[in-house]
Write a protein that binds this ligand. Structure first.
Ligand code: ADP
Length: 370
């Protein structure tokens, strides 16, 4: 029938693997994308039950429904599922997203099944996250010795305070006021040490993207504290200039920390050859008129030649002997994902400034994930 032919042709034009099921759940039409996805020859699937491809999709009475792992029939029947296990002809499994649409075709009730292969997308996203995580860990590696030093200070102080307390305990009478003070110092030092650890853990954390309303001031202060001892070792002063009232920004804390950490450490590296008095990095955070929050990291280093202004954002571009050349390209993709912009400019006098502009306020979750 010509209606059926047109419909078949329309299915073939869809960019998504699509199956048309009859009222018993048998595949009546299968578009070439679906044949390819599941590794079947053209026509091979026609007349066979859909469970062959997607086990969870059942038709054991006249309507399609999702089988629960418990075997209990779900009441919501045709709701789409976004993480379903499907099986190719060769027995291998793939993760798919499935959407169903029921309608009448001629005098029959049919169901269209749209199958989206998630494995490629998942794999790509997972690889991107792994890479970002790897570079975070490698960045923290650069900071390891200064952080170890920073951690050592409160630990040494705790030890000498405990030894002092032990001495006080042998006195008769025991000076309780003095002991109380020593214990307070121990608590403060312990707090300092656990703060260092908290900041390290916050950066090396591995996990899924978590987009929440963020106070960038806190994020920036954490990062500046993290590089504090490295800055001291390198003789660099970091100044922070933050607007009194900063709007929230929706974003992933770990990823935005990664960007700021990268910009700060690059600024440090750019000033290696600069006389110590000039080794200053100025970080400003302000709310711009165009509804964006603007972060600027300004150094007094060697700056960027004109050809480098764009090249530095390409993967694997590095001018450092130990560099990976991934920091800025990952930072840019993180900022793009947050619907912001990351760019660099040379300063009029010396050095370069890296800018990050992020949309202020509460853009929707959906907007962010695009
Ligand atoms: P890496 O730090 O591993 O080289 P990045 O992607 O972070 O990787 O940086 C790429 C390159 O960009 C650096 O090697 C350096 O040449 C240049 N660059 C980055 N930040 C600055 C800066 N603040 N001043 C001058 N050059 C910079």
């Amino acid at each position: 029938m010509s209606g059926e032919r047109y419909f078949r042709e329309a299915l073939a034009l869809l960019p998504v693997a699509t199956l048309m099921l009859d009222a018993r759940g048998l595949m009546a039409m299968v578009n070439p994308q679906a044949d390819r996805l599941f590794g079947y020859e053209c026509g091979e699937l026609v007349g066979r039950p859909v469970e062959l491809l997607v086990h969870a999709l059942r038709f054991d009475s006249d309507a399609p429904h999702w089988a629960d792992p418990s075997g209990i029939r779900r009441s919501h029947g045709l709701l789409p599922l976004d993480d379903v296990c499907a099986r190719r002809k060769d027995g291998t499994e793939l993760s798919v997203e499935i959407d169903l649409s029921a309608f009448r075709f001629g005098d029959e009730n049919v169901t269209l099944v749209f199958v989206i292969d998630k494995s490629d997308r998942y794999e790509l996203r997972r690889q991107r996250q792994d890479l970002a995580h790897l570079t975070r860990v490698s960045t923290m590696g650069q900071l390891a010795s200064s952080l170890a030093h920073e951690l050592n200070q409160p630990l040494t102080a705790i030890l000498s305070n405990v030894q002092a307390a032990q001495r006080f305990m042998t006195a008769d009478p025991i000076d309780l006021a003095e002991l109380r003070e020593i214990l307070n110092d121990i608590v403060q030092d312990d707090y300092r040490a656990s703060e260092v650890i908290r900041r390290i853990r916050a950066v090396v954390k591995k996990g899924d993207l978590e987009v929440i309303p963020l106070d960038l001031t806190g994020v920036m202060r954490d990062v500046v504290s993290l590089v504090h001892s490295d800055a001291i070792v390198r003789g660099i002063r970091v100044t922070l200039d933050i607007d009194a009232t900063m709007p929230l920004v929706r974003g992933d804390r770990v990823q935005l920390q990664q960007v700021m950490l990268n910009l700060l450490l690059n600024a440090f590296d750019a000033m290696n050859e600069v006389p110590p008095v000039d080794r200053v990095v100025c970080v400003t955070l302000k709310s711009a008129d165009n509804g964006m929050v603007l972060i600027a990291v300004r150094d007094r280093g060697h700056g960027l030649t004109a050809d480098k202004l764009d090249k530095i954002f390409k993967p694997f571009f590095t001018s450092k002997p130990q560099g990976l050349g991934l920091g800025l390209s990952i930072s840019r993709s993180i900022i793009d994902m947050h619907r912001g912009r990351l760019w660099a400019e040379n300063n009029n006098d010396r050095g370069a400034t890296f800018y990050v502009a992020l949309p202020a306020g509460d853009a929707t979750e959906e907007d962010k994930s695009r």
